[in-house]
Design a protein around this ligand. Structure first.
Ligand code: PLP
Length: 390
């Protein structure tokens, strides 16, 4: 069967592929500590589970509008007012099958053939492929020191074909939390050069040590006609398998995404929408318990990385760290580093080139405190051997 050029040109998500490989190894009995997975290791809150069960048992699980139920869109609007300082009406929100689905819909709706989209690096694995799938050209802009957006470089990268910028705060893979000053600068660029901003805020609830999450819409409410927020249930509520997310932004973009989805995926999952609504309305106490536990693990991980002498930009959010390991890599680069680490020590990390930055590795600390200690020991042994080889 001949596969279209469009589909052939798309590579599979390298993090999902790596995760599948690691899980197969674990099933075959290998002793592996998996720090490659990017998903919470907690159950979703009890209130969420009950809402899903109640919806199933209501016997009323039917198609809804392609943009999702009005009740969930209203709950999202109220949630955004509380957390981002701007209330979105129900016609400014489209519920999607996930945050990834919201991103793909937004990019399909905004990007024309040949348009350039700025991607501050490191960038989550799917961004480049989603822009290419829409016929656009991703313009990758390296950061300062492995994580901090380089605003001068972003400005220098703007050309006649630049249409928008896709940013992610807190960032996967670095955990970097965009500061108010970063966002003000990027919003000034959008204002001056007539760009849209897609802001992937899927980790916004996972911030630590009193750090403040800020959204571009909060610093620049005057740009509401060109900023879209992308978020969902997966991370803060440990609801990855429910597959529900949303886009909030200008009405014409929301309507375009709903039109696209009406022809491609149809209305979102009615059970997941009820569960997500319960999560937003009830504010389950389990969320703070999870955040506190991530904070404890983060402190342990950062202490361990410092003891190993690895450099990193402090991750204030999400559940990742992104240290530099370039001096431990041979000619196979960071891919070879991760392969050897998996082979020799049974520790799975994601090579930074998956996020378009070589010389770094992503460690996910969504795993138990005990396993975290074990992972640091394995990493320490591996680095000591590498140091001895150099
Ligand atoms: N955006 C970023 C930056 C992510 O890391 C992820 C998941 O890993 C997603 C979006 C996707 O979230 P969802 O599960 O809602 O598709």
């Amino acid at each position: 069967m001949r596969i279209s050029r469009r589909a052939s040109a798309i590579s599979a998500s390298s993090t999902l592929a790596l995760d599948a490989r690691v899980k197969t190894l674990i099933r075959s009995g290998a002793d592996i500590v998996n720090m490659a997975v990017g998903e919470p290791d907690f159950s979703s809150p009890l209130g969420v589970q009950s809402a899903a069960v109640a919806k199933v048992q209501s016997g009323n699980v039917r198609y809804t509008a392609p943009s999702g139920t009005i009740e969930l869109r209203e709950a999202i609007g109220a949630h955004l007012e509380a957390t981002r300082g701007r209330r979105y009406g129900s016609d400014e929100v489209v519920v999607c099958h996930s945050c990834k689905h919201a991103l793909s819909g937004a990019i399909q709706a905004l990007v024309e053939e040949g348009d350039e989209v700025l991607l501050p690096l490191p960038a989550w694995v799917s961004y480049v492929e989603l822009v290419r799938l829409a016929g656009g050209s991703p313009v990758e802009v390296p950061p300062e020191g492995g994580a901090k957006p380089d605003l001068a470089a972003l400005e220098a990268a703007i050309g006649p074909a630049t249409r928008g910028i896709l940013l992610n705060t807190p960032n996967n893979p670095s955990g970097y939390l965009w500061t108010r000053a970063d966002l003000e600068a990027v919003c000034a660029l959008a204002r001056e050069h007539d760009l849209w901003i897609l802001s992937d805020e899927i980790y916004n609830r996972l911030v630590f040590d009193g750090a403040e999450f800020v959204s571009p819409i909060t610093v620049a409410p005057d740009l509401a006609d060109r900023i879209a927020i992308l978020d969902g249930a997966s991370k803060a509520f440990a609801m990855t398998g429910y597959r529900v997310g949303y886009l909030a932004g200008p009405q014409d973009l929301v309507a375009a995404v709903a039109r696209l989805h009406s022809q491609t995926t149809g209305s979102p999952n009615a059970v997941s929408m009820e569960a997500f609504r319960a999560a937003l309305v009830e504010e389950p106490p389990e969320v703070q318990v999870m955040v506190d536990e991530y904070a404890r693990r983060r402190a342990r991980l950062l202490e361990g990385l410092a003891e190993l002498g690895l450099e990193y930009v402090r991750p204030d959010g999400a559940y990742y760290a992104f240290p530099k390991v370039a001096e431990y890599c041979d000619e196979r680069g960071v891919q070879g580093f991760c392969e050897d680490l998996l082979e020799e020590e049974g520790l799975a990390l994601v090579p930074g080139d998956a996020f378009r930055l070589d010389g770094y590795v992503r460690l996910c600390y969504a795993l138990s405190f005990e396993l975290l200690g074990e992972a640091l020991e394995r990493l320490g042994r591996f680095l000591a051997r590498r140091r001895a080889q150099v």
